[in-house]
Design a protein around this ligand. Structure first.
Ligand code: SAM
Length: 186
């Protein structure tokens, strides 16, 4: 695995309940995820956001969880079973530069890319792929860690997003992060 990718041992730290003190899934994604939605968690790791989002979408919704590291996904699958939400989760291992999600084109109501864009080889291509998967009017919440990503680098992400057709509609305050809520134009 490339050296810019989050190691599996950090995945365990990211999935720790202690993280909820400064990054609460209820506060961060709760306002955007509703029952019955199709949600994408891009770079989901061990599912710190995926598992709560699976509760939020209910039995009629689904959360598509995608990561390049199978070891992260193995742990996520166990956590999903333990939480009783595995029935509404699709957990998929993708390639570095290809999501493999063409079957979801135009189906996704809400996508999350949390602390992952800076790890991707070709972030512009990733943003274009996420745009193609969103419904018209669907949203992408992108957040990047202030410790690893400068304001200027995050501005680049927002510029690539605008070029792909994703308009910034909010700049939510998220602990230790740069963040933006983007909308696919109608
Ligand atoms: C820092 S972790 C963040 C995980 C999770 N979003 C969270 O906030 O807990 C970044 C994750 O993105 C994944 N990742 C990196 N590049 C990726 C890519 N091109 N496609 C999908 N996942 C990727 C890594 O394997 C890692 O699990």
């Amino acid at each position: 695995m490339a050296d810019h990718i989050c190691p599996v041992w950090v995945g365990y730290l990211l999935a720790s309940p202690v993280r909820r003190i400064f990054q609460s899934p209820d506060k961060i994604v709760g306002p955007h995820v509703k029952e019955g939605m199709t949600v994408l968690d891009m770079g989901c790791a061990m599912g710190f956001f995926s598992v709560p989002m699976a509760t939020m979408v209910g039995a009629d919704g689904r959360v598509v969880c995608v990561d390049v590291q199978e070891k992260m996904l193995e742990s996520l699958r166990k956590r999903a079973v333990k939480a009783g939400v595995d029935d509404r989760m699709n957990v998929l291992n993708c390639a570095e530069n290809e999501t493999g999600l063409e079957h979801l084109r135009g189906d996704v109501d809400f996508a999350l890319a949390f602390a992952m864009v800076h790890e991707v080889d070709d972030p512009e291509a990733l943003i274009r792929q996420i745009h193609s998967l969103l419904k018209k009017g669907g949203h992408l919440l992108v957040a990047e860690p202030r410790g690893h990503v400068s304001s200027g680098e995050f501005d680049d992400t927002l510029r690539w997003s605008a070029e792909a057709g994703l308009t910034t509609v909010d700049r939510p305050a998220i602990g230790r992060s740069h963040a933006a809520l983007l909308k696919k134009s109608d």
